[in-house]
Write a protein that binds this ligand. Structure first.
Ligand SMILES: Cc1cc2nc3c(=O)[nH]c(=O)nc-3n(C[C@H](O)[C@H](O)[C@H](O)COP(=O)(O)OP(=O)(O)OC[C@H]3O[C@@H](n4cnc5c(N)ncnc54)[C@H](O)[C@@H]3O)c2cc1C
Ligand code: FES
Length: 281
């Protein structure tokens, strides 16, 4: 999916709390519908400045859901306030406007594109990294792809967005299983405990694993999949200044030498193309 040239202003239609995270929606009058795994570079029109008044760069945010709206495309984003940019996005009011560039980057592939023998998909998300998996899950469910979803959170404060997986107020879909390190919901421990048990099951090797989350979790997912011979598609993060290949701020090393620019060659990278999931300071 190619982004329209240049950036455009989009109006905020909603911003709501979702446990410790926020979900806000933009009306994109011009843009195409994004694909799951793609992201947007976002900068708020007003007060997008650090305390010293220095303007700062747009922030990369994955699209968590989207759909047709009366006059364009609705884009939903799941955000955790971890610094000046995401704090400002969390505080958006309906009617405010956001500079948008996107959809950018590549998308998750269908299971049969990754592995012609694949019978289904296993989605593994951690923390705010569950965002791109919500749109992926919806598409797979609509196309009848057999799927299982494993979501993990550190604690109640660092969790949210579950309603994006099955609708507000609804029970979680039966294919969703949860883990939390503090035990407030689901299995007490890491989401990779659930994945390890699932991959030890009979038919797991015919699945493709799709994952997004903190680097340590993604690395554990990559290793588990490599050990079992299960293909994986991992949505990675790195610091991004431009989002379209110009600044090289997002470069990560390739195992065979050279670099990938995560904004154009990713953010979704096949696990077998990584020596290890990069960790950025
Ligand atoms: C492709 C992509 C998709 C993303 N999707 C989402 C999303 O859906 N929701 C969301 O809330 N965030 C998402 N992020 C992360 C978000 O863009 C960054 O955390 C952003 O830098 C936050 O900006 P800030 O000004 O709030 O905090 P900053 O001041 O930039 O950073 C706050 C803290 O996070 C650390 N940090 C910042 N960026 C990174 C990074 N890329 N990797 C590791 N540590 C980092 C900093 O070192 C600092 O400790 C995504 C990032 C990428 C690259
Ligand atoms: S963010 Fe600029 S090259 Fe990737």
């Amino acid at each position: 999916m190619t982004a329209p040239f240049g950036r455009r202003l989009c109006e905020v239609s909603e911003n709501r709390a979702s446990d410790g995270y926020r979900v806000f929606s933009l009306l994109d009058r011009d843009g195409p519908e994004p694909l799951p795994g793609q992201f947007y570079m976002l900068a708020v029109e007003q007060r997008w400045e650090e305390r010293g008044g220095r303007p700062f760069l747009p922030r990369a945010i994955s699209v968590a859901d989207s759909g047709p709206a009366a006059s364009g495309v609705r884009l939903d984003f799941l955000v955790e306030g971890v610094g000046p940019g995401t704090d400002r996005l969390c505080a958006l009011d309906p009617g405010e406007r956001v500079w948008v560039n996107g959809p950018l980057g590549n998308a998750f592939r269908e299971p049969r594109e990754v592995n012609p023998g694949a019978a289904g998909a296993i989605l593994v998300g951690g923390g705010i990294g569950i965002a791109p998996l919500a749109l992926l899950r919806r598409g797979f469910a609509e196309r009848g792809v057999p799927l299982r979803v494993l979501l993990g959170f550190r604690n109640r404060e660092h969790s949210g967005g579950l309603e994006l997986f099955c609708g507000a107020g609804a029970e979680l879909c039966p294919e969703v299983r949860l883990a939390s390190e503090d035990g407030h919901v689901g299995h007490q421990g890491h989401v990779t405990d659930l994945l390890a048990a699932m991959l030890a099951g009979d038919d797991a090797e015919s699945a493709v694993v799709y994952s997004c989350g903190p680097p340590a979790m993604l690395e554990a997912v990559r290793i588990l999949c490599a050990e079992r011979g299960v293909p994986s598609e991992l949505a990675l993060e790195s610091p991004m200044a431009c989002g379209f290949g110009a600044c090289f701020g997002c470069a990560v090393p390739k195992p065979e030498g050279g670099y990938l620019r995560l904004c154009v060659d990713g953010p979704v990278i096949a696990g077998e193309n990584l020596a290890a999931v990069p960790v950025h300071a």
